[in-house]
Design a binder for this molecule. Structure first.
Ligand code: FES
Length: 152
């Protein structure tokens, strides 16, 4: 089973818990950590399920509910706001026909907000999965979404 292969990449030590949760989430088609994954992690590290659940809910990078194949995280911090992220958020919501925290009906995109991505010099910015993209405009957003759809 591939999940056991994931676990065996790490020593069963508590300081590996974030790496394990990341791997489990990244290898889930719906980009989330399932209850089964939390249990596997807890058993592997010999800690209570409630401890692993607490860790997974503390960090916003983990989701305990299914998400789309692509996660869009639009920066919601003041410098990006000053550069127009608010109107880009409206643009994305209209374009994808979803609100923040939701997934498109076809399961391709999930829209989330995040705090500063550390690239304020190219605000407004977002992360598409693991890539940070700045100097956003509606046209650039269109191109990013199109590129992701074509890669399916
Ligand atoms: S405030 Fe958006 S990247 Fe820093």
């Amino acid at each position: 089973m591939y999940k056991e292969t994931i676990l065996k990449k790490f020593e069963p030590r508590l300081d590996n818990i974030l790496y394990i949760l990341h791997e489990l989430q990244d290898n889930n088609e719906q980009h989330y950590v399932s209850k089964e994954d939390l249990k596997l992690c807890a058993d592997y590290l010999s800690v209570p399920y409630s401890f692993v659940h607490g860790v997974a809910t503390f960090y916003t990078m983990f989701s305990l509910t299914p998400r789309g194949r692509n996660i869009i995280r639009l920066c919601d911090s003041p410098p990006c706001h000053l550069m127009g992220s608010g109107s880009l958020l409206d643009y994305l919501k209209n374009k994808l026909k979803i609100d923040v925290g939701e997934t498109t009906k076809d399961g391709v995109f999930t829209l989330e907000l995040t705090s500063c991505l550390g690239v304020c010099g190219v605000a407004p910015a977002l992360m598409m999965n693991n890539a940070t993209i700045g100097k956003l405009t509606p046209e650039k957003v269109d191109a990013i979404l199109e590129e992701r759809r074509k890669s399916l």
